[in-house]
Design a protein around this ligand. Structure first.
Ligand code: SF4
Length: 752
């Protein structure tokens, strides 16, 4: 019997990994007469054991959504019409290539949205697409999310993707800042059934402390919740680090021989004693000291921080401090602490000496604002000014892939106006939304059920080493094009090749590059082998599957293309629809380190300017006035998935949480409207008066505002909500990573 699905008189079951968020839950789909009639958690999934959330349960509604685009759309004035793929690609070539010829490659910018990291084709083909377009104007959702974490990992461990994850299944003490995994299901920490795993910490006698300006669901379920002034996480963490040194609690254990810069860190944090920082954090100094002691007293402990710590002015500093504290307590790279996964596709080299090229930023700067490049990207907050500002290098065209930056990036109104002035815009997207409505051509990818899946991005952030491949549930619908083919068309065009070059030739070229680079890598299992032999061993596969198979086979659990060796391959994964568990995380230092020194570089110079800024800040009185923060909802996923009735029905979610002490002076009560105003914009919103939010802080969810004309998302339009990014300020960012400040935005509120 086919292990992936069994069919009995029009009824079958199929299994796949949910591609909607980082949790990678296994789903069991019941299909009757060619339609999915039920989605449940797969009880046999090796990682999620039957867990799913409300989003996964309606995955099939994305497939059947009548508003989802099936055919390319081309603009005719203010209207749209279906077009053939040939016509759409011809129109793109006519629109983009003359601009590149006349103004150069930087005239075309690219914006990549978050769903790309949940998509096998994107994770494989975006890299060659970026390489062939060769624009310095590359933007993505990373600079409204996790870029600070990449920067701090680059600084300390030498590679921006070496992000240690909290080993929540084995920890005794979890200190969590700016994260709400009960609702988000985990972020930069792939762990299906977060609620169950968090409950298990307490059940085995462990402790969870949540630090957040809002009493979130995760805070309610924790042992202790500490309020903190938004944006002041770095000061709180500095207070902890300073206590560890002052009270003689630093114990790096045998990590010490792999660390450099410990003395510098001790020197830097001296001026941030809890007594000096507490009032700025809105905390007691004694509490900060107690938390520092508890982190060292617990048999194992881990500090974990997410979006609330990243999207502030000191995002990179906070991210760095989180890992510094994990080192100081001796819990980095130790079970129950913060650990490095070893995914099935990672480039593990046996007996590799620690060290590498290290991490650099600022290889180029943005033209208008002078922001340094980070991981090849510029801050998305700078996109509007790059379009608006005339001169050499001005952005005149935009390619977006799976993104809606009008709703998800700062000062959406300014960006929207800028999009209207572009000479040409192309979007790869399943919907005509608030951003893609400005496009000249929209290329729709197939639905998630019509494509295969493997989480190349998230198994590198997983709390267990796991591998799971999903076959498409349905064949490609007639007239649709595989996402890999859409991207290969664009790659071929930017490479200057015409349609006489078959896409298979472009695909072969890409896979040969992968093979060649692996063959020349020291310590690779195929080092010195013939590229043609490896290509032949991959058989007649094509597209993302061929590259995935290659990565698995040269990976740490693979057969290394040795005929007599057993090991992981795509064909083996195809036989295991519930996935393969490759075991708990194991210590990887020093082999994993890629810094030029081969050590954990604890004292990167990049943190010094922000520490100086904070040193000055604590000499002054704490700031007062209202600030705005964001929030997530279990049934929402950033700016998309709002066109599914099951996820958006019921009470509206875009209400402003406000503390009774802040509501009283303007005499507003729950259900009434206020005008909220920031430096860049204003909007009207209803309030919910609650003591779940700390005084001086108000809170709105992001990703809404579906009330724009000329979109084609009818359900979203009937539940529009408000766009909080009208209020976020594109001028304020974490300077090291270019990440926007989305938490702690100064606002004023008045009754309407
Ligand atoms: S938690 Fe994430 S991966 Fe799991 S079902 Fe929900 S959306 Fe899908």
């Amino acid at each position: 019997m086919n292990p992936v699905s069994s069919e009995v008189s029009g009824h079958r079951e199929a299994f796949r990994t949910c591609p909607l968020c980082e949790a990678t839950c296994g789903l069991k789909l019941t299909i009757e007469e060619g339609e999915v009639t039920r989605v449940e958690g797969d009880p046999d999934d090796v990682f999620s054991h039957g867990f799913l959330c409300p989003k996964g349960a309606v995955l099939h509604h994305l497939d059947s959504d009548p508003d989802r685009l099936r055919l390319p759309q081309v603009r005719e004035g203010d209207t749209w019409r279906d077009a053939s793929w040939e016509e759409a690609f011809a129109r793109i070539e006519e629109g983009l290539m003359p601009l590149i010829q006349k103004y150069g490659r930087n005239a075309v910018a690219m914006y990549l949205g978050n769903p790309n990291v949940h998509n096998l084709s994107s994770t494989i083909y975006l890299r060659p697409l970026i390489k062939t377009l060769r624009t310095q104007n590359l933007f993505s959702a990373s600079t409204v999310d996790q870029m600070p974490k990449h920067v701090s990992s680059g600084w300390m461990f030498g590679h921006p993707r070496l992000i240690p994850v909290p080993d929540i299944d084995r920890t005794d003490y979890l200190l969590m800042l700016g994260a709400n995994p009960w609702v988000s299901n985990g972020s930069l920490c792939t762990a299906p059934d977060m609620p169950g795993r968090l409950k298990a910490i307490r059940k085995r006698g462990g402790k969870i402390v949540v630090v957040d300006p809002r009493k979130t669901r995760s805070a309610r379920e924790a042992d202790e919740h500490l309020w903190i002034q938004p944006g002041m996480d770095a000061l709180f963490l500095l207070g902890i680090a300073s206590t560890l040194f002052e009270e003689g609690l630093v114990n790096t254990g045998d990590l010490r021989e792999h660390c450099t810069g410990l003395v510098d860190v001790q020197d830097w944090v001296k001026g941030f004693r809890p007594e000096q920082v507490a009032s700025h954090c809105h905390m007691e100094a004694g509490t900060i000291r107690r938390i520092a002691r508890e982190l060292t007293e617990a048999p194992t402990s881990v500090v974990y921080g997410r979006i609330g710590t990243c999207t502030t002015e000191f995002g990179s500093l906070s991210s760095w401090l989180i890992d510094v504290i994990n080192v100081l307590t001796g819990h980095l790279d130790r079970p129950g602490g913060a650990m490095f996964p070893m995914s099935a596709h990672s480039r593990y080299r046996e007996n590799k000496k620690p060290g590498g090229r290290g991490f650099r930023t600022g290889r180029w700067h943005s033209r208008v604002g002078g922001h340094p490049e980070v991981m090849g990207e510029l801050p998305v907050a700078a996109l509007a000014e790059e379009i608006e500002t005339p001169g050499e290098g001005q952005v005149r065209a935009l390619l977006t892939i799976a993104g809606n930056p009008v709703l998800s990036t700062p000062n959406g109104h300014r960006l929207e106006k800028a999009l209207g002035t572009l000479d040409f815009m192309v979007c790869v997207d399943p919907y005509r939304n608030e951003t893609t409505r400005y496009a000249d051509v929209i290329l729709p990818p197939p639905s998630p059920l019509q494509r295969s899946h493997y989480d190349l991005a998230f198994y590198d952030l997983s709390i267990r080493n796991v591998a799971n491949y999903s076959e498409p549930i349905f064949p490609l619908q007639e007239g649709c094009l595989e996402e890999s083919a859409i991207l290969l068309h664009l790659i071929r065009m930017f490479a200057g090749q015409d349609a006489s070059v078959p896409l298979s030739f472009v695909d072969d070229f890409i896979v040969k590059q992968w093979i060649q680079s692996e063959i020349s890598a020291e310590g690779s299992p195929i080092s010195g082998r013939e590229a043609d032999d490896i290509l032949a061993a991959l058989g007649d596969q094509h597209g993302p599957e061929r590259i995935l198979d290659f990565l698995l086979r040269v990976g740490p659990y693979g057969d290394g293309f040795e005929p007599d060796k057993e090991g992981l391959s795509l064909s083996l994964l195809r036989e295991q629809p519930h996935g393969i568990d490759l075991g708990a995380l194991e210590p990887r230092i020093p082999e994993v380190l890629a810094t030029s020194s081969g050590t954990i570089e604890l004292a990167p110079p990049g943190v010094i300017p922000d520490m100086d800024k904070l040193r000055q800040q604590i000499q002054q009185e704490p700031t007062s006035g209202l600030v705005l923060i964001g929030r997530r909802h279990l049934r929402s996923n950033n700016s998309w998935m709002h066109n599914l009735e099951h996820l958006v029905r019921g009470k509206g979610r875009c209400h402003l949480l406000i503390h009774p002490d802040d509501a009283a002076p303007i005499s507003v009560e729950t259900g009434q409207s206020v005008m909220i105003q920031s430096r860049v914009g204003a909007l009207q919103v209803t309030v919910e008066v609650t003591d779940d939010i700390m005084p001086g802080v108000v809170c709105l969810p992001h990703g809404w505002g579906h009330n724009q004309p000329n979109t084609s998302m009818h359900i979203a339009a009937s539940h529009p909500g408000v766009n909080t990014n009208i209020l976020t300020d594109e001028a304020v960012m974490d300077a090291s990573s270019g990440t926007s400040v989305l938490n702690g935005i100064p606002v004023e509120i008045s009754a309407v």
